[in-house]
Design a protein around this ligand. Sequence first.
Ligand code: GDP
Length: 415
Amino acid sequence: MAKEKEHINLAFIGHVDHGKSTLVGHLLLKAGAIAEQQLDDGENKFRFVMDKLGEERERGVTIDLAHQKFSTNKYDYTVVDCPGHRDFVKNMITGASQADAAVLVVDAKDGVMPQTKEHMFLSMTLGIKQIIIAINKMDMVDYAEDRFNEVKEEVGVLLKSIGRNPADVPFIPLSAFEGDNIKEKSDNMTWYKGGTLMEELDKLTPPEKPVDLPLRIPIQDVYSITGVGTVPVGRVETGIMKKGDNVIFLPSSNVNGATGEVKSIEMHHEQFEVAEPGDNIGFNVRGVGKNDIRRGDVAGHTNDAPTVAKEFTAQVVVLQHPGVITIGYTPVFHCHTSQTACTFLELTSKLDPATGQPQEGTPDFLKTGDAAIVQIKPTKPMVMEEAQKIPPMGRFAIRDMGQTVAAGLCLKVTS
Ligand code: GDP
């Protein structure tokens, strides 16, 4: 059997109308993932793909995932939703479609706009370490090198503000609509000596499996299976679990957590000795019954147990809130598989959107677009860990009124 190619999840970010959907559509075409006949005619030709996804999503239809995948000789890629699509941030944060790299699309005519900044900042909050800058619509600025350099300079300032060295980041002048520098080198910009978008994508580093981190398995479901017993099901986020290991489930309905020895590990109806990050498994633990555990609990090794937070300090970004967030606000936090109402205890400081650094003084409220350091208290015990130590376990989306109103990560568990 041919070795599977390594896989990279890509997010396309950037200001509205700067050409994200067009770029994704054209990239899928160039990579052979869709056929020319599948495209519409006219101005919005290449947007078709993302529009279709958007419509299907609105109608609640299952999305044809094939439309979001493409391959090069080197890697398989999945395009995770673009911002603006409803559950983008929630999906990214809760892990369903965690992005390994982002392509920031900037219109060569407009340059940096508010959402360019916001998305750059968000990508940092979400821990996306690899970024490619696509300076788009070069056809509208006569493919001019001068204009490219001006926009490159503007974006460079933003990159520095989030602690990145622009010299380490690829900047590609392209036209999503005309197709310049997507797959083949463009004759319209002979002054550009760097790689095309597809070449630069192939220089990305695929994510490493976090095998060296502590074991964490957020529980999605708990089944009772005749002849086996209680079978919690979940995806291994970090670490390695072997048969015979001693594990603990927290918070659990038992005060000190439910513990036992792993008796069996199953995936796709096959038995395994070991489970590793990315594996969706069912497993059975001696002595742990159906009433001891539930969705939202997290399994880890007893000697390196998940952290149950009574309070924590977090960094949040308010994405779209119709009003303001004040002390006492108690929306639902979606973190790994748990959904827990949590209260904003304290608004500690706002972060400067340009630098990401805390500003002086405590804010009275937070509104859409604000980023801040806050103190949070879950209304019941939940596993929450420092995102710097165990990234997937420390990221959360805040949902209210049927939408994702904010997103964030845990900086420190305080009690
Ligand atoms: P999004 O909101 O970032 O997804 O932007 P769209 O992909 O919807 O593009 C917004 C508009 O810009 C559409 O009318 C596109 O046809 C147009 N557009 C996108 N890329 C280019 C480009 O490279 N050149 C030109 N001339 N127009 C473009």
